[in-house]
Design a protein around this ligand. Structure first.
Ligand SMILES: [Cu+2]
Length: 152
């Protein structure tokens, strides 16, 4: 009986719109060349109420992390962060050179024109979590040097 109640509570917590309504605009993933193990995903996030992006995952990646790009001695480096703050009503952009979703241990090549599912997990001030799946189109490699994601 206890287990049953616990299961119901989890389902309620995951109900859409339960707390952190976050809109996701223009998600995209960088295309990869064959055997390239990593890629990045980018998007525009706007939370209706204060929230944080705390976890990411995708079926095309063995692991996914939230990264930020930082300048160290004039060299752009990336590091994993625990979360990205999403202040209510303010658009936060995940973009090349800033915060981004890092897709690691890619299981296959990501080709321009296909669509990749990415699950975003948000946490509200009450610590309740909701997840949201977005379909991110894969865009051709352009603009940024390939070294952008070569830190692994
Ligand atoms: Cu990264």
């Amino acid at each position: 009986m206890k287990n049953l109640l616990f299961g119901i509570a989890l389902m309620l917590a995951a109900a859409p719109g339960a707390f952190a309504q976050v809109s996701v605009k223009e998600p995209w993933v960088r295309a990869t060349v064959p055997a390239q193990p990593v890629s990045g995903a980018y998007m525009l996030l706007t939370a209706a109420r204060n929230a944080r992006l705390v976890q990411v995952r995708s079926p095309v990646a063995g692991t996914a992390e939230i990264h930020e790009s930082i300048l160290v001695d004039n060299i752009m480096k990336m590091r994993a962060v625990a979360a990205v703050d999403l202040p209510a009503g303010r658009a936060v952009e995940l973009k090349p050179g800033g915060y981004h979703v890092m897709l690691l241990d890619l299981k296959r090549q990501l080709k321009a024109g296909e669509t990749v599912p990415i699950t975003l997990v948000f946490e509200g001030p009450d610590r309740k979590r909701t997840s949201l799946e977005v379909m991110a189109p894969v865009r051709p490699i352009a603009g940024m040097p390939a070294g952008d994601h070569s830190h692994k």
